[in-house]
Design a protein around this ligand. Structure first.
Ligand SMILES: NC(=O)c1ccc[n+]([C@@H]2O[C@H](COP(=O)([O-])OP(=O)(O)OC[C@H]3O[C@@H](n4cnc5c(N)ncnc54)[C@H](OP(=O)(O)O)[C@@H]3O)[C@@H](O)[C@H]2O)c1
Length: 235
């Protein structure tokens, strides 16, 4: 199945891979993020990708993204809410601007993107939302209180939304990645992962593939939430 898709956080990591692989499968993809050069490069590499530069935490941005999908793609069948951020610190030392950044993106923008997408998705016969949360949403980790709790909120929001949107025939699923080798560790203020730590992570390409796989569930089947872990003994 293919159609028209929005992928947020498409300028790096899991979102970039998901956008590329969806486009390769024949989806028309509106690739959303703040870094224009990254998005333009992606657009030039793939004729199925249209760049849309936006900070989705800014007032009016979710509405503008939906307008761009309607105008440039001609409709919407799939919303992948992937953009997310983190900041590594104890609660005692948490800067309020980092708390706001995490909650504004990981929770508030994700909710508003879903809300503003409903009118477009309702027009599709095969509408779906995939919200990228994290295994951290179920796993209390010291120095990640804001991140873990934001992902727990994203998971519960998505599970409730799935129930509300059943009658409107819009499927909502959550992908909970485990540690994935992306730039998120660079923006989170901690030390870069060691070579050894990186070896234990999933590649961004494999996690991006999981987004594509979720789009292919048989109609009428729901999984709700899927946690992805790396096999340590691949066959
Ligand atoms: N990597 C992991 O270990 C891991 C594990 C579990 C869950 N996840 C989740 O997976 C998702 C993707 O993360 P990633 O690991 O691929 O990280 P990443 O490489 O840092 O990608 C994050 C993406 O979000 C975009 N973004 C950040 N702030 C934004 C804003 N205000 N408006 C629009 N776009 C924004 C970034 O692009 P710009 O900077 O260009 O805007 C970037 O494309 C996140 O939700 C993350 O929490 C990651």
């Amino acid at each position: 199945m293919t159609g028209n898709a929005i992928v947020t956080g498409a300028s790096s990591g899991i979102g970039r891979e998901a956008a590329k692989q969806l486009a390769q499968e024949g989806w028309k993809v509106l690739a959303v993020a703040r870094r224009e050069n990254r998005l333009k490069a992606l657009e030039q590499e793939n004729s199925n990708i249209v760049a849309h530069v936006a900070d989705i935490t800014v007032a009016g941005a979710p509405e503008a993204v939906m307008a761009a999908a309607a105008e440039k793609l001609g409709g919407l069948d799939l919303l992948v809410n992937n953009a997310g951020t983190s900041w590594i610190t104890t609660v005692a030392d948490m800067p309020v601007e980092k708390l706001d950044q995490i909650y504004n993106l990981n929770v508030r923008a994700l909710i508003l993107m879903c809300q503003k997408a409903i009118p477009l998705l309702e027009k599709s016969e095969k509408a779906q939302i995939i919200n990228v949360a994290s295994v951290a949403g179920h796993l209390p980790m010291a120095t990640l209180a804001a991140y873990c709790s934001s992902k727990a909120a994203a998971i519960m929001f998505s599970r409730v939304l799935a129930k509300e949107l059943t009658e409107r025939k819009i499927r909502v699923n959550v992908l909970n990645p485990c540690g994935t080798d992306t730039e998120i560790f660079e923006v989170a203020g901690g030390n870069a992962p060691t070579e050894e730590a990186r070896k234990g992570m999933v590649s961004a390409a494999d996690m991006g593939r999981m987004v594509v796989e979720l789009t292919q569930l048989p109609a009428g089947l729901d999984i709700g939430e899927v946690a992805v872990h790396r096999r340590l003994n691949p066959y």
